[in-house]
Design a protein around this ligand. Sequence first.
Ligand SMILES: [Zn+2]
Ligand SMILES: [Zn+2]
Length: 317
Amino acid sequence: MKAIRLIQPGRPLEMQDVSIPSIGPNDILVAVKAAGICHSDAHYRLGRSPVHPLPMTLGHEVAGVIETVGAEVEHLKAGERVCLHYMATCGHCEYCLKGSEQFCKTGKMIGKYRDGGFAEFIAVPARSAFVLPPEIPFEHGAVMMCSSATALHALHKARLKPGETVAVYGAGGLGASAIQLARASGAQQVFAVDIKTAKLDLARQLGAIPIHGAQLDPVSEIRRMSGGRGVDVAVELIGLPHTMGQAFKSLAIQGRLAIAGITEHGFQIAPYWDLINKEAEIIGVSDHLAQEIPELIEWARRGTLDLSQVISRTVPL
Ligand SMILES: [Zn+2]
Ligand SMILES: [Zn+2]
């Protein structure tokens, strides 16, 4: 089969001819119909984030049709449309058992630590697959499995409740989902901060109040538009110390900041004013959970989560 592989960081990906993966008794083989190209894939190609062993077939946002199922797989059958959770996990370690399987002791992300979906076929544990209803196109099913799932996990980690207010820092792929999911969860007011006008226009269309972070100070704008209160939940999806600081300062009393943007650099907080005095919280968001995917699929099926504008371009394998 054809597969698009990372051979060496810093070099273009290459099309290779590889064998169709074999499956174990608890695995499934999926004929890939759509695979998202994520910003992380650009990081992997550049060597900014580890990928091993090499060569590796990239692609961690995958949807397709089941080709074959392993001997012990009972809940899925050939011909079913599925989308794939990107963590291939063991299902029985301490973390898998308590529902935090992103920390699975032997877990491997597809397209990073085991072959991914930029190929004609992919093999994954059957527990990674979720049936994709006919109303959801494969393309949506694919991108949903990364940016939308992580956005939903961030809102869950921040314990967003109906009637609360939200600030989304970063209105890209993750942000477009975060805005829609926050609104679907009953957020009363959603602010979207970005420095790209096109992204802010999309944020407005999705029902957020756009704030241009380069033209205005988002912290004072959010305070001004919330009657001085700030927001109950802020999500940082950019990965910059500066915007993490702004997101934290945007919080209301007992506000929660969930950080999903990635950086190795620190950001400063004033513990008395910004943390203690408000009983504010800073929460880390690592990937997402398989158990969150059915909720996501249901919102996409109903059209509450519309991903048509997140897909900017489609290219053949
Ligand atoms: Zn991704
Ligand atoms: Zn495990």
